[in-house]
Write a protein that binds this ligand. Structure first.
Ligand SMILES: NC(=O)c1ccc[n+]([C@@H]2O[C@H](COP(=O)([O-])OP(=O)(O)OC[C@H]3O[C@@H](n4cnc5c(N)ncnc54)[C@H](OP(=O)(O)O)[C@@H]3O)[C@@H](O)[C@H]2O)c1
Length: 310
Protein backbone atom coordinates (compact mmCIF):
# COMPACT_ATOMS: atom_id res chain seq x y z
CA UNK A 1 0.00 0.00 0.00
CA UNK A 2 2.90 2.37 0.71
CA UNK A 3 4.09 1.68 -2.84
CA UNK A 4 0.71 2.04 -4.57
CA UNK A 5 -0.06 5.26 -2.67
CA UNK A 6 3.35 6.83 -3.37
CA UNK A 7 1.88 9.46 -5.77
CA UNK A 8 -0.71 10.52 -3.20
CA UNK A 9 1.94 10.66 -0.47
CA UNK A 10 4.21 12.71 -2.75
CA UNK A 11 1.33 15.12 -3.31
CA UNK A 12 1.33 15.62 0.48
CA UNK A 13 5.10 16.14 0.48
CA UNK A 14 5.67 12.78 2.18
CA UNK A 15 8.49 10.56 0.93
CA UNK A 16 9.18 7.23 2.57
CA UNK A 17 11.64 4.37 2.34
CA UNK A 18 11.36 0.98 4.04
CA UNK A 19 14.62 0.67 5.95
CA UNK A 20 13.77 -2.34 8.10
CA UNK A 21 11.54 -5.38 8.23
CA UNK A 22 11.27 -7.91 11.04
CA UNK A 23 9.34 -11.01 12.03
CA UNK A 24 9.90 -14.09 14.17
CA UNK A 25 11.18 -16.10 11.20
CA UNK A 26 13.01 -13.30 9.33
CA UNK A 27 14.77 -11.85 12.35
CA UNK A 28 15.68 -8.14 12.35
CA UNK A 29 16.60 -6.94 8.82
CA UNK A 30 17.77 -3.34 8.36
CA UNK A 31 19.29 -1.23 5.61
CA UNK A 32 19.10 2.56 5.91
CA UNK A 33 19.48 2.82 2.12
CA UNK A 34 16.24 0.80 1.65
CA UNK A 35 15.51 -2.90 2.14
CA UNK A 36 15.81 -5.01 -1.02
CA UNK A 37 12.76 -7.28 -0.78
CA UNK A 38 14.05 -9.52 -3.59
CA UNK A 39 17.08 -10.46 -1.47
CA UNK A 40 16.28 -10.45 2.25
CA UNK A 41 19.59 -11.21 3.97
CA UNK A 42 19.82 -12.29 7.62
CA UNK A 43 21.24 -9.47 9.70
CA UNK A 44 23.36 -9.10 12.79
CA UNK A 45 20.78 -7.16 14.85
CA UNK A 46 19.57 -9.08 17.86
CA UNK A 47 16.91 -6.83 19.42
CA UNK A 48 14.22 -4.34 18.50
CA UNK A 49 16.40 -1.46 19.75
CA UNK A 50 19.46 -2.51 17.72
CA UNK A 51 17.19 -2.94 14.72
CA UNK A 52 15.49 0.48 15.04
CA UNK A 53 18.92 2.10 15.41
CA UNK A 54 20.34 0.26 12.37
CA UNK A 55 17.28 1.15 10.26
CA UNK A 56 17.38 4.79 11.44
CA UNK A 57 13.62 4.50 11.79
CA UNK A 58 11.30 7.52 11.91
CA UNK A 59 8.15 5.36 12.03
CA UNK A 60 7.44 1.82 13.25
CA UNK A 61 4.49 -0.12 11.83
CA UNK A 62 3.79 -2.84 14.39
CA UNK A 63 1.56 -5.77 13.32
CA UNK A 64 2.53 -8.78 15.43
CA UNK A 65 -0.04 -11.35 16.56
CA UNK A 66 -2.43 -10.43 19.37
CA UNK A 67 -1.78 -11.68 22.89
CA UNK A 68 -5.09 -10.64 24.50
CA UNK A 69 -3.83 -11.29 28.03
CA UNK A 70 -0.56 -9.30 28.07
CA UNK A 71 -0.33 -7.23 24.86
CA UNK A 72 3.27 -8.43 24.50
CA UNK A 73 5.73 -8.34 22.78
CA UNK A 74 4.01 -5.48 20.95
CA UNK A 75 4.09 -3.15 23.97
CA UNK A 76 7.89 -3.51 24.26
CA UNK A 77 8.33 -2.87 20.52
CA UNK A 78 6.15 0.26 20.58
CA UNK A 79 7.81 1.56 23.75
CA UNK A 80 11.24 1.08 22.14
CA UNK A 81 10.13 2.98 19.01
CA UNK A 82 8.85 5.97 20.99
CA UNK A 83 11.92 6.05 23.24
CA UNK A 84 14.15 6.01 20.15
CA UNK A 85 12.35 8.93 18.52
CA UNK A 86 10.06 7.09 16.07
CA UNK A 87 6.28 7.33 15.69
CA UNK A 88 4.61 4.10 16.87
CA UNK A 89 1.72 2.81 14.74
CA UNK A 90 0.03 -0.49 15.50
CA UNK A 91 -2.79 -2.73 14.26
CA UNK A 92 -2.51 -4.79 17.44
CA UNK A 93 -5.23 -4.24 20.08
CA UNK A 94 -3.17 -5.66 22.94
CA UNK A 95 -1.07 -2.54 23.59
CA UNK A 96 -4.18 -0.32 23.57
CA UNK A 97 -5.83 -2.45 26.24
CA UNK A 98 -2.78 -3.11 28.39
CA UNK A 99 -0.64 0.04 27.97
CA UNK A 100 -2.69 2.85 26.45
CA UNK A 101 -1.99 5.49 29.09
CA UNK A 102 1.70 4.64 29.38
CA UNK A 103 2.32 4.72 25.61
CA UNK A 104 0.23 7.85 25.17
CA UNK A 105 2.21 9.63 27.92
CA UNK A 106 5.50 8.45 26.43
CA UNK A 107 4.47 9.73 22.99
CA UNK A 108 3.57 13.13 24.48
CA UNK A 109 6.92 13.24 26.30
CA UNK A 110 8.93 12.41 23.18
CA UNK A 111 6.85 14.56 20.80
CA UNK A 112 5.89 11.52 18.70
CA UNK A 113 2.55 9.81 18.01
CA UNK A 114 1.14 6.51 19.28
CA UNK A 115 -1.67 5.66 16.80
CA UNK A 116 -3.80 2.52 16.45
CA UNK A 117 -6.68 3.17 14.02
CA UNK A 118 -6.56 -0.35 12.54
CA UNK A 119 -7.16 -2.10 15.85
CA UNK A 120 -10.99 -1.96 15.74
CA UNK A 121 -12.97 -2.36 12.48
CA UNK A 122 -9.77 -2.44 10.43
CA UNK A 123 -9.13 0.95 8.84
CA UNK A 124 -12.50 2.57 9.62
CA UNK A 125 -11.78 5.95 11.28
CA UNK A 126 -13.26 5.40 14.74
CA UNK A 127 -10.58 6.71 17.09
CA UNK A 128 -9.62 9.59 14.79
CA UNK A 129 -13.30 10.49 14.25
CA UNK A 130 -13.75 11.08 17.98
CA UNK A 131 -10.29 12.64 18.50
CA UNK A 132 -10.30 14.98 15.51
CA UNK A 133 -13.92 15.57 14.53
CA UNK A 134 -16.09 15.23 17.64
CA UNK A 135 -14.42 17.41 20.29
CA UNK A 136 -16.16 17.45 23.66
CA UNK A 137 -18.69 14.80 22.73
CA UNK A 138 -19.47 12.41 25.59
CA UNK A 139 -19.70 8.74 24.67
CA UNK A 140 -22.26 7.06 26.91
CA UNK A 141 -22.25 3.62 25.38
CA UNK A 142 -22.01 1.57 22.22
CA UNK A 143 -23.03 -1.74 20.76
CA UNK A 144 -22.12 -3.61 17.60
CA UNK A 145 -20.69 -6.60 15.81
CA UNK A 146 -16.92 -6.40 15.87
CA UNK A 147 -15.70 -9.95 15.22
CA UNK A 148 -15.97 -11.17 11.63
CA UNK A 149 -14.90 -14.80 12.17
CA UNK A 150 -17.88 -15.57 14.42
CA UNK A 151 -20.20 -13.74 12.03
CA UNK A 152 -18.97 -15.87 9.12
CA UNK A 153 -19.35 -19.08 11.19
CA UNK A 154 -22.90 -18.15 12.25
CA UNK A 155 -23.74 -17.41 8.58
CA UNK A 156 -22.48 -20.88 7.58
CA UNK A 157 -24.57 -22.49 10.32
CA UNK A 158 -27.67 -20.60 9.09
CA UNK A 159 -26.97 -22.05 5.62
CA UNK A 160 -27.08 -25.60 7.03
CA UNK A 161 -23.59 -26.40 8.32
CA UNK A 162 -22.71 -27.65 11.79
CA UNK A 163 -20.53 -25.42 14.01
CA UNK A 164 -17.46 -27.60 13.26
CA UNK A 165 -18.00 -27.63 9.46
CA UNK A 166 -18.70 -23.91 9.35
CA UNK A 167 -15.50 -23.25 11.32
CA UNK A 168 -13.57 -25.51 8.93
CA UNK A 169 -14.94 -23.65 5.91
CA UNK A 170 -14.03 -20.28 7.47
CA UNK A 171 -10.50 -21.62 8.00
CA UNK A 172 -10.30 -22.80 4.37
CA UNK A 173 -11.34 -19.31 3.19
CA UNK A 174 -8.59 -17.82 5.39
CA UNK A 175 -11.13 -15.90 7.52
CA UNK A 176 -10.53 -17.97 10.67
CA UNK A 177 -7.09 -18.76 12.06
CA UNK A 178 -5.96 -22.37 12.60
CA UNK A 179 -6.48 -21.79 16.32
CA UNK A 180 -9.70 -19.77 16.18
CA UNK A 181 -10.39 -19.91 19.92
CA UNK A 182 -9.61 -16.19 20.43
CA UNK A 183 -12.52 -15.45 18.09
CA UNK A 184 -14.92 -18.27 18.97
CA UNK A 185 -14.66 -17.71 22.72
CA UNK A 186 -15.15 -13.96 22.41
CA UNK A 187 -11.64 -12.84 23.41
CA UNK A 188 -11.00 -10.85 20.21
CA UNK A 189 -14.34 -9.05 20.56
CA UNK A 190 -13.74 -8.43 24.29
CA UNK A 191 -10.33 -6.87 23.55
CA UNK A 192 -11.99 -4.58 20.98
CA UNK A 193 -14.62 -3.56 23.54
CA UNK A 194 -11.85 -2.87 26.07
CA UNK A 195 -9.93 -0.77 23.50
CA UNK A 196 -13.01 1.35 22.71
CA UNK A 197 -13.92 1.80 26.39
CA UNK A 198 -10.32 2.61 27.36
CA UNK A 199 -9.79 5.26 24.70
CA UNK A 200 -13.22 6.68 23.89
CA UNK A 201 -14.79 6.50 27.36
CA UNK A 202 -11.45 7.37 29.01
CA UNK A 203 -11.74 4.46 31.38
CA UNK A 204 -9.24 1.58 31.21
CA UNK A 205 -11.17 -1.65 31.80
CA UNK A 206 -9.57 -5.02 32.63
CA UNK A 207 -10.70 -7.90 30.41
CA UNK A 208 -11.98 -9.80 33.47
CA UNK A 209 -14.60 -7.06 33.97
CA UNK A 210 -16.12 -7.72 30.54
CA UNK A 211 -18.78 -10.43 30.66
CA UNK A 212 -17.72 -12.79 27.89
CA UNK A 213 -19.53 -15.66 26.24
CA UNK A 214 -18.55 -17.06 22.83
CA UNK A 215 -20.53 -18.99 20.21
CA UNK A 216 -19.16 -22.50 20.92
CA UNK A 217 -22.32 -23.64 22.72
CA UNK A 218 -24.71 -22.71 19.87
CA UNK A 219 -26.01 -25.61 17.78
CA UNK A 220 -26.82 -25.45 14.07
CA UNK A 221 -30.48 -26.17 14.85
CA UNK A 222 -30.70 -23.28 17.32
CA UNK A 223 -29.02 -20.86 14.88
CA UNK A 224 -31.32 -21.88 11.99
CA UNK A 225 -34.47 -21.72 14.17
CA UNK A 226 -33.49 -18.21 15.31
CA UNK A 227 -33.05 -17.05 11.69
CA UNK A 228 -36.41 -18.60 10.69
CA UNK A 229 -38.08 -16.81 13.62
CA UNK A 230 -36.69 -13.49 12.32
CA UNK A 231 -34.30 -13.03 15.25
CA UNK A 232 -30.88 -14.29 14.05
CA UNK A 233 -28.03 -14.94 16.46
CA UNK A 234 -25.16 -12.44 16.41
CA UNK A 235 -22.13 -12.11 18.69
CA UNK A 236 -22.99 -8.69 20.12
CA UNK A 237 -20.54 -6.34 21.88
CA UNK A 238 -21.96 -3.86 24.39
CA UNK A 239 -20.70 -1.17 26.76
CA UNK A 240 -22.70 1.32 28.82
CA UNK A 241 -21.75 4.01 31.31
CA UNK A 242 -23.88 3.51 34.48
CA UNK A 243 -24.00 5.10 37.91
CA UNK A 244 -21.85 2.24 39.21
CA UNK A 245 -19.26 2.33 36.41
CA UNK A 246 -18.99 0.91 32.91
CA UNK A 247 -20.82 -2.34 32.20
CA UNK A 248 -19.48 -4.24 29.19
CA UNK A 249 -20.23 -7.58 27.59
CA UNK A 250 -19.67 -9.85 24.59
CA UNK A 251 -22.33 -12.54 24.10
CA UNK A 252 -24.53 -14.20 21.47
CA UNK A 253 -27.90 -12.44 21.24
CA UNK A 254 -30.97 -12.91 19.10
CA UNK A 255 -31.28 -9.65 17.18
CA UNK A 256 -34.61 -8.56 15.63
CA UNK A 257 -34.56 -7.89 11.87
CA UNK A 258 -35.50 -4.26 12.58
CA UNK A 259 -32.04 -3.79 14.13
CA UNK A 260 -29.24 -2.97 11.60
CA UNK A 261 -27.03 -5.50 13.42
CA UNK A 262 -29.21 -8.25 11.91
CA UNK A 263 -28.17 -7.15 8.40
CA UNK A 264 -24.45 -7.57 9.03
CA UNK A 265 -23.25 -10.53 6.99
CA UNK A 266 -19.88 -12.22 6.48
CA UNK A 267 -16.82 -10.18 7.38
CA UNK A 268 -18.81 -6.94 7.63
CA UNK A 269 -19.13 -5.13 10.95
CA UNK A 270 -21.03 -2.32 12.63
CA UNK A 271 -20.71 -0.11 15.69
CA UNK A 272 -23.49 2.11 17.00
CA UNK A 273 -22.43 4.90 19.39
CA UNK A 274 -24.73 6.57 21.92
CA UNK A 275 -23.49 10.07 22.77
CA UNK A 276 -24.82 13.05 24.72
CA UNK A 277 -25.56 15.02 21.56
CA UNK A 278 -26.02 12.37 18.88
CA UNK A 279 -28.31 9.74 20.41
CA UNK A 280 -27.29 7.33 17.63
CA UNK A 281 -24.26 7.46 15.39
CA UNK A 282 -23.34 4.31 13.46
CA UNK A 283 -20.41 3.19 11.34
CA UNK A 284 -20.70 0.15 9.07
CA UNK A 285 -17.99 -1.59 7.11
CA UNK A 286 -18.89 -4.02 4.31
CA UNK A 287 -16.63 -6.99 3.47
CA UNK A 288 -13.20 -5.51 4.24
CA UNK A 289 -10.02 -7.26 3.14
CA UNK A 290 -6.51 -7.02 4.62
CA UNK A 291 -5.93 -3.84 2.59
CA UNK A 292 -8.49 -2.06 4.81
CA UNK A 293 -6.26 -2.78 7.83
CA UNK A 294 -3.21 -1.62 5.89
CA UNK A 295 -5.11 1.56 5.00
CA UNK A 296 -5.77 2.34 8.67
CA UNK A 297 -2.02 2.16 9.29
CA UNK A 298 -1.30 4.29 6.22
CA UNK A 299 -3.79 6.92 7.41
CA UNK A 300 -2.10 6.90 10.85
CA UNK A 301 1.25 7.36 9.10
CA UNK A 302 -0.04 10.41 7.22
CA UNK A 303 -1.50 11.82 10.48
CA UNK A 304 1.74 11.24 12.35
CA UNK A 305 4.06 12.87 9.86
CA UNK A 306 1.82 15.78 8.89
CA UNK A 307 0.66 16.74 12.39
CA UNK A 308 2.84 16.08 15.40
CA UNK A 309 0.80 18.24 17.79
CA UNK A 310 -1.34 15.87 19.88
N1 LIG B 1 -5.75 -9.57 9.58
C1 LIG B 1 -6.53 -8.51 9.71
O1 LIG B 1 -7.34 -8.20 8.82
C2 LIG B 1 -6.43 -7.63 10.94
C3 LIG B 1 -7.37 -6.60 11.13
C4 LIG B 1 -7.21 -5.74 12.23
C5 LIG B 1 -6.18 -5.93 13.12
N2 LIG B 1 -5.31 -6.98 12.94
C6 LIG B 1 -4.22 -7.17 13.90
O2 LIG B 1 -2.99 -7.01 13.20
C7 LIG B 1 -2.01 -7.88 13.76
C8 LIG B 1 -1.45 -8.76 12.66
O3 LIG B 1 -2.50 -9.55 12.10
P1 LIG B 1 -2.18 -10.79 11.15
O4 LIG B 1 -3.50 -11.33 10.72
O5 LIG B 1 -1.20 -10.39 10.10
O6 LIG B 1 -1.48 -11.74 12.22
P2 LIG B 1 -0.57 -13.00 12.02
O7 LIG B 1 -0.98 -13.73 10.78
O8 LIG B 1 -0.55 -13.69 13.34
O9 LIG B 1 0.89 -12.39 11.67
C9 LIG B 1 1.62 -11.79 12.66
C10 LIG B 1 3.03 -11.42 12.17
O10 LIG B 1 3.74 -11.03 13.35
C11 LIG B 1 4.95 -11.75 13.43
N3 LIG B 1 5.23 -12.01 14.83
C12 LIG B 1 4.44 -12.67 15.72
N4 LIG B 1 5.04 -12.68 16.93
C13 LIG B 1 6.21 -12.02 16.79
C14 LIG B 1 7.26 -11.70 17.66
N5 LIG B 1 7.25 -12.10 18.93
N6 LIG B 1 8.31 -10.96 17.20
C15 LIG B 1 8.34 -10.59 15.89
N7 LIG B 1 7.37 -10.85 15.01
C16 LIG B 1 6.32 -11.57 15.45
C17 LIG B 1 4.76 -13.01 12.64
O11 LIG B 1 6.03 -13.40 12.17
P3 LIG B 1 6.35 -14.85 11.54
O12 LIG B 1 5.47 -14.93 10.34
O13 LIG B 1 7.80 -14.75 11.21
O14 LIG B 1 6.03 -15.86 12.60
C18 LIG B 1 3.82 -12.54 11.51
O15 LIG B 1 4.57 -11.97 10.46
C19 LIG B 1 -2.68 -8.67 14.88
O16 LIG B 1 -2.42 -8.06 16.11
C20 LIG B 1 -4.18 -8.55 14.52
O17 LIG B 1 -5.00 -8.64 15.66
C21 LIG B 1 -5.42 -7.81 11.86
Amino acid sequence: LLETKTPDLAHRNIACRITGVASRRLGWIADPAGVDFARLEPSSQKSVREWLAAAQADVLFEATSLDPHTGQPAIDYLRAALEMGAHAITANKGPVVHAYRELQALAAETGKRFLFESTVMDGVPIFSMFRENLPGLELRGFHGILNSTTNVILGGMEAGLSFEDSLKRAQEFGVAETDASNDIDGWDAAVKVAALVTVLMDSPIPLREIRREGIRALTGDAVRAARLAGKPYKLVCRAQRTASGIKASVAPEQVPLSDPMAWIEGTSSIVYFETDLFPGLALTEVNPGPEATAYGMLADFVRAVTDQKS
